[in-house]
Design a binder for this molecule. Structure first.
Ligand code: FAD
Length: 388
């Protein structure tokens, strides 16, 4: 029956394991099941883009395997198991071939985000990698070795593209980056700050192509040839695609749960279906899609209490994001979508202090590079909370 049925969490990333841990602080008795389509090893996803700097293999990054996580959480962890259907009326999920059905008392969707696949032609797709989980990371590292890679072409100059650029340069590789927009981290930084990151990475040896789109990747005698829509070509041994991620909403949508950019929730992390919750990269919490670690930790703390019977709304303080480009450190606190304001910028070489303020002078966001990152705490204190 529904009351004695387990709490079920879909996903064992930082959000899934995080909420399981928080739940167990308040409830040690209720049966708990975690289900994941990967191998269930726990790891810190941000470390996937520092692997050459820190010389870490996938096994180095894996903290505990699924069995040990299950023991620690007094939970059953089902690995390599894809959930294909949620019957929100009967409170049942179906896994794999849909032969197995599990009743839940409460269900948590912690399904993460999926990489956006740009429409790229050519016959070189097998040498195009995206790195969004530990298994991808293992494949990527293996391919780098096996193909004797010396030069990598990165598609996308955003957060993940720039972090991989810096990391691969640190690893001694040659790197060329293509982005259709005008500067590094174009959706997060004003131009002056993006140009500072670009200059610092160029000094370390990177080459950037801003403006064009990649149209094709084709096999060459050695590695691949990457074609751009401005007629230029880039030769490389391997390609990393890093054009961004989008919340994984398909399963929720197909199950009749309300979705928008992400799986829609209120501040209690409740979705439109009774006893179904969402958090992490897959969720749109009170209008906010924030695909970073700090928001999912805040959500996990609140939801852990809610699942244990103490309804607790999530609070999002200001949460600046640190971008792991040590050639030019970056801290950015994007302004909330839709707010009106203007950038005020002070620039001195790689050090850029950019403050986004409204007409009344109120600070709404900021972007800091180089030594200007020292102002992080001071500015963070002046920012309004995202969800007070
Ligand atoms: P995920 O870790 O993606 O977990 C999703 C889980 O759902 C997985 O276990 C998957 O197997 C499972 N799943 C999916 N579909 C199904 C299904 N149908 N059935 C069963 N299971 C399913 N953030 C920061 O704040 N700072 C950083 O420095 C930073 N660096 C990053 C660097 C890189 C290279 C990347 C890729 C991301 C980075 N991020 C960073 C973002 C951060 O890592 C993510 O916000 C966070 O890890 C998301 O966790 P999650 O648990 O929501 O999703």
């Amino acid at each position: 029956d529904k009351v004695h049925a387990p709490v079920v969490i879909l996903g064992t990333g930082l959000a899934g394991y995080g909420v399981a841990r928080e739940f167990r602080k308040h409830d040690t008795e209720t049966p708990l099941i975690l289900i994941t389509s990967d191998d269930g090893r726990s790891y810190s996803k941000p470390m996937l883009s520092t692997g050459y700097t820190k010389d870490t293999s996938a096994d180095d990054l894996a903290q505990l395997d699924a069995g040990s996580m299950g023991q620690q959480l007094r939970a059953s962890v089902w690995t390599m198991t894809r959930v294909t259907e949620i019957d929100t009326a009967a409170q049942v999920i179906k896994v794999g071939d849909a032969q197995t059905a599990i009743h839940y008392s409460k269900l948590v969707l912690a399904l993460g985000a999926q990489v956006i696949q740009p429409p790229i032609g050519g016959d070189g797709a097998e040498l195009v990698y995206s790195v969004n989980n530990l298994l991808d990371y293992d494949d990527f590292r293996t391919a780098m070795k096996k193909n004797n890679v010396r030069k990598v072409c990165i598609i996308g100059g955003g957060l993940i593209g720039c972090e991989f650029t810096n990391d691969l340069l640190n690893g001694g590789f040659e790197v060329e980056v293509v982005d259709p927009l005008g500067h590094c981290l174009p959706t997060l930084l004003p131009e002056a700050a993006g140009k500072a990151v670009q200059a610092a990475l160029e000094e370390k040896g990177a080459t950037f192509h801003f403006g064009p789109l990649v149209t094709e990747v084709n096999k060459a005698e050695q590695g691949v040839v990457v074609s751009l829509n401005n007629g230029a070509t880039i030769t490389a041994d391997l390609v990393v695609s890093a054009v961004g991620v989008r919340p994984r909403i398909d399963l929720a949508k197909a199950s009749g749960i309300e979705t928008n950019r992400g799986i829609v929730t209120n501040r209690l992390l409740e979705t439109s279906a009774p006893n179904v919750y969402a958090l992490g990269d897959c969720a749109e919490v009170d209008g906010h899609v924030l695909v970073y670690v700090a928001p999912l930790m805040a959500a996990a703390r609140a939801l852990g209490q809610t699942l244990a019977g103490e309804p607790t709304p999530v609070v999002y303080p200001p949460m600046p994001v640190t971008i792991k480009t040590p050639a030019c450190p970056v801290v950015v606190a994007p302004a909330m979508g839709g707010v009106e304001g203007a950038w005020q910028i002070e620039a001195d070489g790689h050090n850029v202090r950019a403050e986004f303020r409204d007409a009344g002078g109120m600070l709404l966001g900021f972007a800091l590079t180089g030594e200007a990152t020292r102002a992080k705490l001071e500015l963070q204190k002046a920012l309004p909370a995202i969800l007070p």
